[in-house]
Design a protein around this ligand. Structure first.
Ligand SMILES: NC(=O)c1ccc[n+]([C@@H]2O[C@H](COP(=O)([O-])OP(=O)(O)OC[C@H]3O[C@@H](n4cnc5c(N)ncnc54)[C@H](OP(=O)(O)O)[C@@H]3O)[C@@H](O)[C@H]2O)c1
Length: 256
């Protein structure tokens, strides 16, 4: 039986890496992004080349009506959701010191990264609770947060706050859903080469050569996708709320 995966922001960057790994592993992949489908025509062709259906929905996870329409469409088409990967996220449009940043930027970043993730998860979790177990579980939820969940960057406070909130969502949903046979995990990426980091490559090139990063290279979307597959494939079930740091060793190993 094919499994059904929902990947937010699955059309590019880390999300596309995750979608590719899932399509390759025989999942039907359902994506949401705020861009027109045309923007992702190459990505969708690539994903379909693995042989399964791929469904793209244009909408914003920050909008309740879009979240509902997306999940209703997935349910009408496929009847269940085995895996939710909460990957969609934005950085502030302009990096401003915490003493200067605006409410508008806070609402934009937190509205997508945190509110969107919380209420999309709520919708999907309620659906997972209603469905039959497969291989001992009703579903898996994986949150892509960031090492910014716990590392301070005062020039993008709203991003750090949104990611810290996602880490708490991991705990809350893991706690609430364990008894429902739904497992919740979190991946904290470090510095990954995507559109999001393309404007700060010089800064990150420098940081990655320093002693804080034992593995001196950029991460790739495939590095994150590999971690998603570890949680998705169902071999780790005697834990929930587990966090995996995919960050070149930054959080686990730092030396002075
Ligand atoms: N790159 C890094 O170094 C890094 C490090 C730590 C954590 N992360 C996290 O990893 C996730 C993916 O990052 P990335 O580097 O791949 O970023 P990216 O290249 O900028 O891609 C962001 C993705 O999110 C989607 N998205 C943005 N706003 C959306 C909305 N309102 N509704 C639905 N989808 C939306 C985008 O699609 P549309 O543009 O079509 O909406 C796109 O697919 C983010 O949560 C990010 O915070 C990234």
């Amino acid at each position: 039986m094919k499994k059904i995966a929902v990947v937010t922001g699955g059309g590019r960057g880390i999300g596309l890496g995750i979608s590719k790994a899932l399509a390759e592993a025989n999942y039907v992949v359902c994506l949401i992004g705020s861009s027109d489908e045309d923007r992702y025509s190459d990505a969708l062709t690539l994903l379909r080349s693995f042989g399964n259906e791929v469904f793209y929905f244009k909408g914003s996870i920050s909008e309740a009506s879009d979240r509902k329409a997306f999940i209703d469409s997935v349910m009408q088409k496929y009847g269940r959701i085995d895996l939710l990967v909460n990957n969609a996220g934005v950085a502030p449009k302009v990096r401003l010191d915490i003493l200067k940043t605006t409410e508008e930027s806070f609402d934009y970043v937190v509205g997508i990264n945190l509110k969107g993730t919380m209420f999309l998860t709520q919708l999907v979790a309620n659906q997972m609770i209603r469905q039959e177990k497969i291989e001992g579980k009703k579903g898996t939820i994986i949150n892509i947060s960031s090492f910014s969940s716990s590392v301070s960057s005062p020039n993008r406070a709203e991003y750090c706050v949104s990611k810290a909130g996602i880490s708490m969502l991991t705990k809350l949903f893991a706690d609430r859903l364990a008894g429902e046979n739904i497992f919740v995990y979190e991946i904290q990426p470090g510095i990954i080469r995507t559109d999001m980091t393309s404007k700060v490559t010089e800064k990150y090139d420098r940081l990655l050569q320093g002693s804080d990063f034992p593995i001196h290279r950029w991460g790739t979307p495939e590095d994150i996708a590999n971690a998603v597959m570890v949680f998705a494939d169902g071999r780790i079930t005697y834990t929930t709320g587990q966090v995996l740091h995919i960050d070149g060793g930054y959080m686990n190993v730092r030396s002075i």
